[in-house]
Design a protein around this ligand. Sequence first.
Ligand SMILES: NC(=O)c1ccc[n+]([C@@H]2O[C@H](COP(=O)([O-])OP(=O)(O)OC[C@H]3O[C@@H](n4cnc5c(N)ncnc54)[C@H](O)[C@@H]3O)[C@@H](O)[C@H]2O)c1
Ligand SMILES: N[C@H](C(=O)O)[C@H](O)COP(=O)(O)O
Length: 329
Amino acid sequence: MSVKTPRLIITSGEPAGIGPDLCISLINHSFSAELVVAIDPSLFAERAAQLNYAIKKPVAHVAINEPPTPGALKILPLKTPYPVIPGQPTPDNASYILEQLDTAISGCQQGIFDGMVTAPINKSILNEAGIAFSGHTEYLAQQTQSQQVVMMLATQDMKVALVTTHHPLRQVASLITPSLLEQVIRTLNKGLINYFGQLKPTILVCGLNPHAGENGYLGREELDIINPTLNKLKNEGLSLIGPLPADTLFTPKHLQTADVVLAMYHDQGLPVLKFHGFGKAANITLGLPIIRTSVDHGTALDLAASGKANAGSLLTAIEYAIYMAQNKP
Ligand SMILES: NC(=O)c1ccc[n+]([C@@H]2O[C@H](COP(=O)([O-])OP(=O)(O)OC[C@H]3O[C@@H](n4cnc5c(N)ncnc54)[C@H](O)[C@@H]3O)[C@@H](O)[C@H]2O)c1
Ligand SMILES: N[C@H](C(=O)O)[C@H](O)COP(=O)(O)O
């Protein structure tokens, strides 16, 4: 059921990155939602001081049994096990990062929060700590036992979704099976209908190979996997175009025919989206039982505590989460 004033939990992410900086900057913005930041309060205060941040509004700790207060910024206090040095992440704080995510997931599942918005984390630090972790998207899918999720990045006039997410390029072609492609397209189609008010979304599908395989002479995935899957789903009434060569698909002539582009792999689709709208885009996970949006950038360790981090993408991610919470079926 949709909610008028959503309560969103923001995970502040890698404590040595720009996540805390961006969360602190929220204090001077107004939203039609209550924002609860999962962060160590000492880190919040310390980073605010490092940034010379003028905190104009008081920050209260969250009282989750109360109805959301529109426009409020609250803190859900957690504790970093090790001291935080801006720009220098340590695996010793990996448990703090996972605690943020687990708290947000269970809070959303229990209905305490209407959605979660994630600030960036450094995947390699979690792996260094012995936690196999390829991304929030995969972790959220696993923790919520979701069958199929889809990563979609969205900016005002472009949406790009991915068939495969965080995998070595060497593995990508073998991961693209008819079954995966079918599930991804169904999840994407349903997500756009449920959360974005589109009655019959049109999905523009990239080929995998150069020139979409050049009739099989530059790869057979289009002929053997993509075409048959698209035909099956088109016969069911889904609006699908492609597979088209990815190099020319991202031109106005094609983009204007569709609501979303489906790219076969991470660096086929995301460089175009980020070139077009870096800092103004959000990363949305479709197919979860909860609402989750995120920033379009990473931990930017070079900018932590510098005051130079741009909060545009976090603001966009929050606006998308509010929109989705207010429009969900
Ligand atoms: N949502 C996420 O959790 C997320 C997303 C992408 C990357 N990452 C992780 O972040 C780490 C670093 O990745 P990277 O270096 O490829 O990408 P990055 O986005 O951290 O940095 C790329 C460049 O963009 C700049 N930049 C990034 N965000 C900015 C902002 N808000 N304002 C101004 N400039 C900004 C950085 O200074 C850097 O020059 C990796 O471990 C990666 O896995 C996490
Ligand atoms: N693929 C994302 C991007 O490049 O912006 C990023 O790695 C974050 O992914 P998760 O939300 O799964 O962590």
